[in-house]
Ligand binder design. Sequence first.
Ligand code: PLP
Length: 397
Amino acid sequence: MTETFTGNFTQQEPIPEEAIEAALAVLRHGRLHRYNTAPGELGETALLEQEFAAQMGAKYSLAVASGGYALATALRAVGVRPGDTVLTNAFTLAPVPGSIASVGAVPIYVGVTEQLVIDLDDLAAKLDQAKVLMLSHMRGHLCDMDRLMAMCDAAGVTVIEDCAHTMGASWNGVPSGRTGAVGCYSCQTYKHVNSGEGGLLITDDEEIAARAVMLSGSYMLFERHLAAPGVEVFERIKYETPNISGRMDNLRAAILRPQLRILDQQVARWNERYQAIEAGLRGTPGLTVIERPEQEVYVGSSIQFLLLDWSAEKVGEVLKRCAARGVELKWFGAAEPHGFTSRYDSWRYAPSEPMPQSDRVLAGIVDMRVPLTFSLEDCALIARIIRSEVGAVWQGA
Ligand SMILES: Cc1ncc(COP(=O)(O)O)c(C=O)c1O
């Protein structure tokens, strides 16, 4: 009998009851705007920032409207100006180059390796072309952060980390987002905490933190923040920093706080599922599993494998056959952007040179979400389906 999977790849778990209660409390008192607080009250957004900073071991934290907004704010806060160049990954998603374009800057793409991380040799060759690297930990794969930082520090390049897929991950014991000057996270539904939309930014740099707070739209109410620098730092930057409103509200903050408290448990649950799928895929002829370095603690909220050097037609056949059995796979090799998969050469607002080595990798990347609503049995079934369909197409190749 042919097995079929009937689960839903985009179904999240419900919001925890504690978070629902906290949201209802905000709705009942009506003070949703972060600066709308009763005398002596500490608003949910300010508390979220304080707790997230402590959880990540950062001095400062700011909650904002989206992950993409956090990235653009970080770029502005480190001093990127219109016309500047910014290094970033060729393998990432559209909001990353989009954040660079949103500040009038120009992305310079750095290649991707077969481990699905930024190609540090390509980076070395391009480090003199920009003062800032927007490093996207795309699909949760962390590069050798020690080598990357040594290179960037030596070249005087400021690193902003896009941790949309690495909240809860770490490299050599350092939480993702704590190595560069700024770490940016997304709290959008498909990420590791779910407030529908939302973003968080952390830094240890007082001026970056103060500028980010002003940029997000603090209306000179920065003293109400609990995870921001002292007033004297704001005095230095407040007249020269524009208000580009993108604040988080107390409703979203209320539902995020309880979710952050259980992040480690959720990471363990994601990784059980990831490892069940990985074990089922290992050894499939023609399919390359991505080996994870021992320095990396990852969050298996999605899984990738490579069909390296397969023709586009054969990859398409695998996707079609898996879809017919209920398994939704995405491919990063398509010439035209589909859904959330697009390529560096789809972002035509920014010029790009052909990158043959990266094109070879991108043409082989197959990607799948791993929602927590999947059981371990679901994961084993999904792996069996992929294995049999990859096998069938491979043998017919
Ligand atoms: C790699 C990456 N970076 C940044 C973002 C931006 O996050 P948001 O959707 O919260 O703006 C996303 C969202 O999909 C993403 O996948």
